[in-house]
Design a protein around this ligand. Structure first.
Ligand code: ATP
Ligand code: MG
Length: 491
């Protein structure tokens, strides 16, 4: 019987099974060849081992190290063997070699994504789901062709199996909008298939000392067994195979079986997601980014609530080019890239402001500059369809951040200014920056323009004095001049 006919007889899909790896790619030595056939989207595959001298697949060479399909002619049962011997006595690498990258041998790697708050969003839900799917594709696209589709109230992500799962995990973990995700085996609803997939997980994860439970969910109520019964039967099959103890309360390993219309999916590892909402679902804001610790964290928190964030930075560097190569752009990139949505960084030179500000009241400089930054940010926000300004301000942290000063800045613009860090302690913000990975970059030396203005700013500004000083400045012209010299970088 040929390979294709064998696969067809197993009832696992198209008889024209596809060769998905060349022998060289399987990593075997030249004495031994492996042909790996993937026969389905379900990821079921067969391995045919043969000696290089006799490369025709023979029934005796047929094996299935992952699903342990009993051999066709029954000469051998690879269930017990750590490696596969060919007729000439060459051995395949031990099966563990395949198991190190657990999903590597299926043609497709499937990941099920459970939304964080999406379930709560009623009519907006399809829009939120589409955005999450788009963001997932964006962060994974470098790894190969990615597909996403809705899958019983979840998202199913399909990626070529050649992708190392560790890389997928690294990219999905920081992406907002997910409660958790799990690499899954998708199989048919046939009991044999479900059991094979469950036993496969058990074989990989359990030994006689590791406790486990099977948690079944029957989404398709037509399935003949009720959930507890599914759990019981599969649990018994695992005990018979591995001898592992069952523990329903606090097992070391839980194997999840979710039976849905047409398919079942099986997984054993729930990887926590970053929570929040997918970036792009709640609107767009303009973040004031300094080189310090706070503002990148503030932008990150807005991203977490689903906002797209663009940035404005005021620099006192010699040229736009120097600004574009500064750590500011790097900081913005670090915050933005994990979300898969590009952003713009507007680099505004400080010198037009510096030249206009002619006052003896240097204690007011900082507040006037802050008000100016807010005005420019508001203009840029309007140009780029952003609805609010975001800063890393924190109440009382430094002399410039008194309640009076924050209010004075607020009064310079019509647009709302959001301050997600207003009520955090400095230590908490440092903790967040460390988690986010921006802390080290933030503390690197940088010539911030706020260090040029007076270091002893007024903590209480008088509105009449402010108005008097500002009335000497032609703000519309100053803003226009500043924007004319602004450079925009995409990250
Ligand atoms: P950060 O760590 O974010 O710099 P900070 O504690 O040093 O905050 P300030 O320097 O007083 O506080 O700045 C308060 C906020 O004003 C910053 O979080 C940022 O949003 C904005 N800001 C300050 N300087 C600049 C700048 N040069 N360009 C753009 N925004 C700035
Ligand atoms: Mg600062």
């Amino acid at each position: 019987m040929g390979i294709a006919a064998y696969l067809a007889r197993r009832g696992r899909g198209s008889p024209d099974a596809k060769l998905c790896r060349t022998p060289a790619e399987t990593g075997t030595n030249d004495k031994m060849k492996l042909l790996v056939y993937n026969n389905l989207d379900s990821g079921v595959f067969c391995v045919f081992a043969a000696d290089s001298t006799d490369f025709t697949a023979k029934p005796g060479n047929l094996c299935h190290p992952w699903l342990k399909i009993p051999l066709l002619h029954g000469q051998n049962d690879f269930r017990q063997t750590p490696a596969i011997k060919t007729r000439a006595g060459h051995q395949t690498p031990p099966l563990a070699l395949f198991s190190t990258e657990r999903y590597a041998m299926t043609e497709n790697l499937h990941v099920v994504v459970h939304y964080a708050e999406l379930g709560l969003k009623g009519k907006n839900r399809p829009f939120f789901e589409r955005q999450l799917a788009k963001n997932i594709r964006a962060v994974l696209t470098e790894l190969g062709p990615v597909q996403t589709k809705r899958f019983w109230g979840r998202l199913l992500v399909t990626i070529p199996a050649s992708t190392p799962f560790a890389e997928v995990r690294k990219r999905l973990q920081p992406l907002f909008g997910m409660a958790y995700f799990a690499p899954v085996r998708v199989v048919s609803q046939a009991w044999d298939d479900i059991q094979e997939a469950v036993l496969e997980q058990a074989r990989l994860l359990l030994d006689p000392d590791t406790s486990f439970r099977v948690k079944a969910h029957r989404g398709d109520k037509r399935f003949p067994l009720i959930s507890p019964e599914i759990g019981r039967q599969l649990g018994a099959a695992i005990v018979a195979m591995t001898g592992s103890p069952v523990d329903l309360q606090s097992p070391a390993v839980t194997i999840y079986v979710n039976i849905q219309v047409e398919h079942a999916y099986i997984f054993a590892e729930k990887i926590p997601g970053a929570g929040g909402l997918p970036v792009g679902v709640t609107g767009r804001v303009m973040g004031l980014l300094s080189g310090g610790i706070d503002s990148p964290v503030a932008a990150h928190l807005m991203l977490k609530r689903g906002c797209k964030v663009d940035f404005v930075h005021f620099h006192a560097l010699r040229s736009a080019e120097e600004a574009a190569n500064s750590k500011i752009v790097e900081l913005a990139r670090h915050v933005i890239t994990p979300q898969g949505i590009p952003a713009q960084v507007h680099l505004v030179p400080y010198h037009p402001f510096q030249m206009r500000l002619l006052t003896n009241e240097s204690r007011y400089e900082l507040v006037i500059f802050r008000r100016f930054m807010a005005r420019v940010a508001q203009d840029l926000a309007r140009q780029h369809h952003a609805q609010a300004i975001v800063t890393g301000d924190n109440l009382g942290q430094v002399a410039s951040q008194t309640l009076e000063n924050l209010v004075a800045v607020e009064e310079a613009v019509e647009m709302p200014i959001f301050r997600p860090l207003l009520c955090f302690d400095k230590q908490e913000i440092i903790g967040l920056a460390q988690q986010l990975g921006t802390f080290d970059l933030s503390v690197q030396p940088y010539k911030d323009c706020c260090s040029i203005v007076d270091r002893h700013p007024a903590t209480r500004v008088r509105a009449d004095q402010l108005t008097e000083i500002e009335s000497a400045i032609d703000f519309p012209q100053l803003i226009a001049d500043s924007l004319a010299e602004t450079t925009t970088v995409r990250v």
